[in-house]
Design a protein around this ligand. Sequence first.
Ligand code: GDP
Length: 514
Amino acid sequence: MLQWTVLKLPEAEQRIRDSQQATMTDLVNPYNEDDRSSQSSGSSSSTSQTLSKETKEISRKSHPPRSKCPTISPRNMLLRLEKQDKNAQTKSSDEPIDKDIKKPDEEDKNKNVYVVSREFVDILADATADTEDSDSLGSDLQEIIDSPPAEKSKKLKNKLKELENVTLNIAITGMTGAGKSSFVNAIRGLPNDDKNAAPTGTTETTMTPNMYQHPFMPNVKIWDLPGIGSPKFRAKKYLKDVNFHTYDFFLIVTSERFRENDIELARAIKKSKKLFYFIRTKIDNDIRAESNKRNFDERMLLETIREDCKANLLKVGVPKIFLVSSFQLEKYDFQKLVNTLEDELPENKKFALIQSLPVYSLEALTKKKTYFKKLIWLNAFGAGVGAIAPLPGVSLACDYLIIKKFFQQVFMGFGLSNQALEVLSERVNKPMEQLQAAKKSRFKDGATEDIVVDMLSKPVIAIAKTLSTVMALLPGGALPAGGATVATVHYLLNIGLNEMAEDTKCVLSVSQLA
Ligand code: GDP
């Protein structure tokens, strides 16, 4: 087992350099999926890479001298740190746990905590720098880190709450029969015949919008608006009747050419300074109808439809048109629509959108995973910073709930539940058992309590590297209360996310969607 000591800076640097040369097969880096395969073959390249970043990190910054501590094993250290975390609930958060650790004077206390938090963020950020989430800290978290210690926990709690409670209201409008309800169901990940699906193929009589909640994100609401086919249609009145202020953006749907009513509506939405996009649905029908013709070229056909729509919509300026099939989101322009929304929606809204969309392709999975990674940072720091300025109830027991909740969110979000697989099974015409068998990780039957408890009993060796680096950076060798929690939560959440992403990839592959 890796032994380590809290060292003065030059000694710490030397130790890290030495460590780089050693073969450290017992270290696990959860931050990069690719590393897992190299670990199993005994390679240490990824570990070395991360350590080299740590070395850089240490050299780049100046720190006060550190006192020497007795050599202890990572396990003992973790136990000590856990004790420190618990103490933080009842004592002053900065109170040292060992009498041999110099107590910083009152004035230095907060400064130390502040410096450490920054360093810690940098180290962990570097650990993920080569993965697709390199910018995952985001300006929000940076702002929290830069804020005075007394405000950190409040700001962090608020940010987590804000993300959890963010509402997204999507309005789907267009002529009756255009495919509005089917599109509502598609983005909720439901087939048209699901008992909770919006009814399709019906002749509308109601003039009120129908609201459909997302199956597991109740704050995301998709509104099936009344049809706009009537010859007496007046866009301004329609928008007033459907309470247009409610919606974050409008999707104007048609399955043929866009008509005068669509254009009038778009102009009125534009005037009200809301976002809107044109959706040309049932593209699969167009393809099918043309595919038997000689010289059929799918790309050419899509281009012709797109140009035709554009010509219709010239009066709206430069319209954004997306060709989709509600039955095959993985094809045509649906991903482009998502990317455009991602560019144009406010930060929190796009967060809710990406999390709520079904996983229909590898690209969609990657995007979703990146957003979940942002949540990992917030959750981990929520626990760690909370301990610096104690939040009521923050302890390892609380982390367990954070971890469980996050895993369940990922499990549902990646579409790994039986319910989601049943829908997929029907759609891709593969037996349910085959899709279920594609899941190989410990999460294959869900994010259960047992899994989390089991994981919590084994993080010690894996986080030793992070902890030793943090310790090396600290004045007096003291880890701030909660530092162990941050590292533990961050590590475990990454492991779970990677494993479930791997399962999802396998499911997509069996479904021939990847
Ligand atoms: P709404 O009246 O605008 O809500 O339209 P619906 O969603 O009820 O759809 C009308 C009909 O078009 C239904 O029979 C749907 O199954 C069918 N439909 C809707 N979207 C698509 C699509 O993308 N592809 C195909 N092939 N049919 C669709």
